[in-house]
Design a protein around this ligand. Structure first.
Ligand code: AMP
Ligand code: ZN
Length: 475
């Protein structure tokens, strides 16, 4: 039986789904105006692990991850400080900003980065969502919820913009603890301070009036406009999973205001409890600071690949730290993870035709993963099994089973090993470059000597007609 920490109750609870054998999960998905960084991926891997653990326990999982292709607003400090001492903010739609910069339409930008996101997800062996709804294709559903909120008196309109009236929702703050009475000015400042027309600074926008030059805007009962970020997730989760569903996940920074506001507007609109279990992943840090674009301390999956790492080494690294703890990222740790993963691949690739697993270790593994996703402990059980005296075949059977949760693609271990062997070592690459330089300078004799040296080291060079040089290991 799975036990999981619920941010809502601040306790580890026994997991009880609404339906006996089916679990519904919603994960706040990526904003697609740039490449997603590995901090974001730590959160997506955590949600993937939770999903896999549920599947391991025999549940069917309906998994929704939205694509935010209607840029949610960002507050950008201009650097100037007003008379109050607080930084002035301007509203920027990141997708539109990127589109202008790259001379593309917002749709082209969103499509481009959605494609990269999905490829990265695949490289990390994150199971694809059942549905990836796009915010831009669910505007009608958002408008419907806002209409209900207005009718029920939970929202009000000011000149084409609709706000949620936080004071009207009695349970505001139940997730984050930021109740109205506790919400001081600092917390209220999270709201975009340009919204000077709202009744209370704690209120948040459900729908915003579009400025004339805005590219992405939609018709609504309140005129041309665009949705607030929070309403996107309420509309898409309710559409696919119903008024009440089992699990909602995201990174810990989304607890407030995003998830608090999702609860307020959803429960006010439907009159039902929105989500039973809220699961939040701890942040990925660099030098003890949160990895984030604004701090310019991010790495993407392609950055890791360029440095010669296999994306799954990052997945392995995330398995070593409990999902609720913060995790400090270093390349030294990533190297360690890559070595451990390579080792595991070598071990499983020597096993063949597995039959019966090791019940003792399988029981321990199940207990660990069901104990609030204690994957680090599960991983140490993996290594205990590897070191144990069980026959190879039995070990392999259990390891392949465990990999249904770990997601290290151990079934294809042989392919990774082959790929690694086919990689041209750095010293050979350097010699090839050296030879190319010599050829450019027409010092053919010396270039030939380098070719011989390369051959002695077991690699053959071929000069192609298009001027490029290819290298192959001599079989
Ligand atoms: P965003 O695109 O900013 O909405 O972030 C996408 C997801 O990544 C959200 O669930 C965030 O909470 C999460 N996230 C953002 N930064 C980090 C980080 N440094 N470590 C872990 N998760 C993060
Ligand atoms: Zn969301």
């Amino acid at each position: 039986m799975l036990r999981i920490y619920n941010t809502l109750s601040r306790k580890i609870e026994e997991f009880k789904p609404i339906d006996k054998d089916k679990v519904s999960i919603y994960t706040c998905g990526p904003t697609v105006y740039r490449e997603v960084h590995i901090g974001n991926f730590r959160t997506y891997i955590t949600s993937d692990l939770l999903r896999r653990v549920l599947m391991y326990n025999g549940y069917r999982v309906l998994y929704i991850k939205n694509i935010t292709d209607v840029g949610h607003m960002r507050n950008i400090g201009t650097g100037h400080h007003g008379s109050t001492g607080s930084p002035q903010v301007e509203q920027i739609d990141p997708i539109i900003e990127e589109a202008i910069k790259m001379e593309k339409t917002p749709e082209e930008i969103a499509d481009h980065f959605t494609k990269i996101y999905l490829e990265d997800e695949k490289k990390l062996n994150i199971l694809p969502a059942t549905v990836y709804p796009k915010a831009s294709e669910n505007i009608k559903e958002m408008i419907e919820i806002i209409k209900v909120l207005l009718k029920k008196g939970f929202a009000y309109e000011v000149d084409g913009t609709v706000y949620f009236d936080v004071k009207k929702f009695k349970n505001y703050g139940k997730l984050s603890g930021n109740t109205l009475s506790k919400m001081d000015n600092l917390l209220k400042a999270v709201r975009v301070s340009l919204e000077t027309d709202k009744k209370d600074s704690a209120d948040f926008a459900l729908w915003k009036k579009a400025e004339k030059e805005r590219l992405m805007k939609w018709d609504s009962p309140w005129g041309l406009g665009f949705p607030g970020w929070h309403i996107e997730c309420s509309a898409m989760s309710i559409k696919y999973l119903g008024d009440t569903f089992d699990i909602h996940t995201g990174g810990e920074d989304l607890i407030f205001p995003h998830h608090e506001d999702e609860i307020a507007q959803s429960e006010a609109a439907t009159g039902s409890k929105f989500v039973n279990y809220w699961v939040h992943a701890g942040h990925l840090l660099v030098n003890e600071e949160k990895m984030s674009r604004s701090k310019r301390n991010i790495y993407t999956i392609s950055d890791l690949e360029k440095k010669g790492f296999d994306p799954l080494s990052f997945r392995y690294l995330t398995l070593t730290i409990h999902y609720r703890s913060k995790m400090n990222f270093t390349f030294k740790a990533l190297k360690g993870a890559q070595t451990a993963l390579n080792h595991l691949r070598e071990i499983v690739s020597t096993y063949d035709t597995p039959k019966i697993g090791c019940a003792e270790y399988e029981e321990k593994f199940l207990n660990a993963i069901n104990d609030d996703l204690n994957i680090p402990q599960a991983l140490s059980i993996v290594w205990d099994l590897v070191k144990s005296d069980y026959p190879m075949r039995a070990k392999a059977e259990s390891l392949f089973k465990f990999d249904k949760v770990l997601g290290l693609d151990l079934e294809n271990a042989k392919n990774y090993i082959k790929k690694e062997e086919e990689k041209i070592p750095e010293n050979i690459q350097k010699l090839v470059e050296e030879r190319n330089e010599l050829r450019k300078k027409k010092r053919y004799h010396l270039a030939d000597q380098v070719r011989h040296k390369i051959k002695k080291l077991g690699y053959e060079i071929q000069d192609n007609e298009d001027g490029t040089t290819s290298v192959e290991r001599i079989k």
